[in-house]
Design a binder for this molecule. Sequence first.
Ligand SMILES: Cc1cc2nc3c(=O)[nH]c(=O)nc-3n(C[C@H](O)[C@H](O)[C@H](O)COP(=O)(O)OP(=O)(O)OC[C@H]3O[C@@H](n4cnc5c(N)ncnc54)[C@H](O)[C@@H]3O)c2cc1C
Length: 478
Amino acid sequence: MRSLEGSYDAVVVGSGPNGLSAAVRLAQAGLSVLVLEANEVIGGGTRSAALTLPGFLHDTCSAVHPLGVGSPFFRQLPLEQFGLEWLHPELPLAHPLTGGRAAVLQRSVVATAAGLGVDNRAYERLLGPMVSDWENLAAEFLQPLLHVPARPIQLVPFGWRALRSAVGLANTWFKHEPARALLAGLAGHSFLALAQLPSAAFGLVLGMMGHAVGWPSPRGGSQKIADALASLLRSLGGEILTGFRVESFDQLPSARVILLDLTPRQLLRLAGNRLPRAYARRLERFRYGPGIFKIDYALNGPIPWKPEPCLRAGTVHVGGSLEEIARAEGEVCEGKLPEKPFVLLAQPSLFDSTRAPLGKQTAWAYCHVPSGSSFDMTQRIEDQIERFAPGFRDLVLARHTANCAMVESQNANLIGGAIDGGAATLWQLLARPVLSPAPYRTPVPGLYLCSSSTPPGAGVHGMCGFHAAELALRDHFG
Ligand SMILES: Cc1cc2nc3c(=O)[nH]c(=O)nc-3n(C[C@H](O)[C@H](O)[C@H](O)COP(=O)(O)OP(=O)(O)OC[C@H]3O[C@@H](n4cnc5c(N)ncnc54)[C@H](O)[C@@H]3O)c2cc1C
């Protein structure tokens, strides 16, 4: 096992968006920082690679970034100067339905509502106030939930609607299929059964962000987010070492603080005997959610969607009605493989010519599956796409598939193929990974967690890293 000499103020283990954000925040404060990354390439969930054919560039993990473009921390950083350029598709999201129809999330709440027929007014009443207040709401939920809110009264209407199931919210607010299906697709990002609390919160937040800041992707792929953070870090004097898997604290150079962009299971493995038994037991109770099956496509042309708006959208939610999506997600949560999975699909090359050779396209698609599943979902995913885009299969030049084990083999944080750092149940939104107003701090002096297993959880926003770094600065360098 390789060990490193030297001395730093801070060592960060893992170069995902949270690890890099923590490192940037610490370097901004004038600390000497070293980031250690197991893979040869930095970025964790923000990497891009040529997975299929020459000239086609794919996002290995994250592809669509409402949380990135809206992140309070990223918005403070000069990431554009380091090569990050957000490209906004003409439409953030389309959701095909039977009969050639689609529900469409546009940037404007009014225009979106106008496409939802009789649910027009209800949609405006539900989303409109949230979108007007999005910066305050985002600041509230992008931190540990155990805190005193700055404006508690304003949070009541949001909390009342968000702390329920997506099915409950959709059926209370909406009468017809398009609005219900749109909300179901948004809530499907939660990995929860849609009859489970608080799946509605995910739908509302992602919808709100779609209107407020859009659902963009970086020109040149998600890797550009990691590369911009890394270049900024280096400009502040920080160092990054790749190809270095940390298996013991004995490998690390001396440091006043260590921040782990890892999940609780890895913390237990690394520091098990140093952790007080009671804390270790709390970490052992931390639960990981379902996994994913992912396909990246090299295509001979754009996906031939029947509903026209899908041809202009960056993201397409493929699953049909609320009932169908709820059934698929419910089955996954019961440990079953859905016959008709809910497929999250992005088509970045429609809006970014750097992703594919002229005239060709890429697509990124995944569905949820039970944790650790090795079943090949290719046919089921493609059957779903074909329902709304007949002839899709004829366009496939190459596909790269990844089951749960393959997903985890690319990044040790993706336990059992779970991409969210731990299930987003109501309890684990509060206790992430333990119930505390400062859940980043471990009982070992100077040791912090900064991954998406801490608040505010999954997504490329860097806020877990930012909050962990702020706490470490207050604790040790204040
Ligand atoms: C397929 C997929 C699709 C996604 N889609 C989206 C999306 O569209 N939009 C969005 O916002 N989010 C998306 N996400 C989620 C998002 O990528 C994650 O929430 C985010 O990357 C978490 O960041 P992190 O820094 O906490 O951890 P990670 O990004 O997982 O980074 C952890 C890093 O630590 C490294 N590491 C692990 N163990 C060690 C060790 N022992 N020593 C050294 N290094 C180690 C890993 O190699 C990795 O680089 C997706 C994730 C996946 C996998």
